[in-house]
Design a protein around this ligand. Structure first.
Ligand SMILES: Cc1cc2nc3c(=O)[nH]c(=O)nc-3n(C[C@H](O)[C@H](O)[C@H](O)COP(=O)(O)OP(=O)(O)OC[C@H]3O[C@@H](n4cnc5c(N)ncnc54)[C@H](O)[C@@H]3O)c2cc1C
Length: 302
């Protein structure tokens, strides 16, 4: 059986829903991206295991997606299978009084609402960060000096052969906008977090204040992936870019936001190459002025 056909035959046999030659652009927050070989949804561990094993057998590269809010996807053909985690991966369950299990496919906003209703605090700083928990864990998403990793006690994963495992004492897996998952290629399937009791009204007020602040500082309605470059203990990328006089600089329809210099935005119709070119120009100009090399936080998917 042909390399391509065999993979899809096995997906079908496993009852996995998939689409071939899927145009990914509309699913990304940056609104770039061409056709991917395949987009599939895994609804439970059996489906994920079947997809992982078939991919290994037929040499197909999997890309595990969250909500595609931290990626810049190439406009060309992308020889990858995009996997979205749904069904059981969207479950949230209490584990004792202050701990919770959540699947990697749970949206951050849904998680925060669930915690607020149960008067569990800690993750308020995540208010307004789009995406799903798998993506948040992979990126150690956060704000105001905090990251989700500090609240995680266990991380459940599946490896490239379809075997499951758990990382205990999850905190050690994280640093600033980094987790071990960026290096080890494991699929995050779920997490356990420890929260603190806090009155729901306090949680609600803090999250509302954070969202108000974010909306006043960030171009949150623009097509983008949030902060484009990483900060450092000695500088914030936005300040360097602003001081280099780059706000408003553009390449095609990609622009350095005039509202927040660390947001590269798609003004509508920007191509992947426009954003990459703009990012390169920003890096060169910042290096020329400050001798500092900015590093992308956003992941390029080609
Ligand atoms: C307007 C805006 C504001 C933002 N503000 C912030 C902010 O304040 N702080 C911040 O940290 N980020 C911010 N971001 C960036 C982004 O929202 C976060 O990084 C988010 O956590 C990404 O989650 P996602 O589900 O969209 O992941 P995706 O973009 O889909 O994926 C990101 C990476 O995670 C990997 N991944 C996703 N799920 C899994 C999984 N289950 N197993 C293994 N790998 C996986 C993907 O393969 C990919 O490499 C912002 C983005 C936008 C658009």
């Amino acid at each position: 059986m042909g390399k391509v056909k065999g993979f899809y035959v096995e997906l079908e046999a496993a009852g996995i829903s998939f689409e071939m030659d899927f145009s990914i652009k509309e699913k990304t927050s940056f609104k770039t991206g061409g056709k991917v070989d395949c987009y599939l949804t895994a609804k439970d561990m059996e489906e994920l295991e079947a997809a992982v094993k078939s991919a290994l057998k037929w040499k197909k590269e999997l890309f595990i997606m969250g909500n595609l809010t931290n990626v810049l996807v190439s406009d060309g053909r992308i020889r990858k299978v995009f996997v979205e985690l749904k069904g059981v991966f969207e479950d949230i369950k209490a584990v004792g009084k202050t701990s919770v299990y959540a699947g990697a496919g749970v949206k951050n906003s849904v998680m925060l609402g669930w915690l607020m209703k149960r008067s569990l605090g800690g993750l308020e700083f995540m208010a307004g960060i789009p995406g799903k928990l798998g993506g948040a864990v992979y990126m150690n998403a956060g704000a105001y000096g905090k990251g989700i990793g500090s609240y995680i006690t266990k991380i459940y994963f599946m490896d490239k052969e379809g075997k499951c495992g758990v990382i205990e004492n999850g905190k050690e897996a994280f640093s600033y906008r980094h987790s071990v998952f960026q290096d080890n290629g494991l699929i995050i399937t779920g997490i356990e977090m420890k929260l603190k009791p806090r009155p729901a009204a306090e949680i609600r007020n803090e999250m509302a204040a954070i969202i108000k602040l974010r909306h006043s500082k960030h171009p949150w309605k623009a097509y983008c992936a949030g902060s484009f470059f990483k900060n450092d203990k000695n500088y914030t990328a936005g300040k360097l870019i602003e001081e280099a006089g780059l706000k408003g600089m553009s390449c095609g329809k990609a622009e350095v936001s005039t509202m927040h210099a660390n947001f590269l935005i798609n003004k509508g119709g920007a191509k992947f190459k426009d954003v990459v070119e703009l990012a390169d120009k920003v890096k060169k100009a910042v290096y020329k002025k400050f001798r500092i090399r900015l590093e992308e936080e956003v992941k390029y998917i080609m």
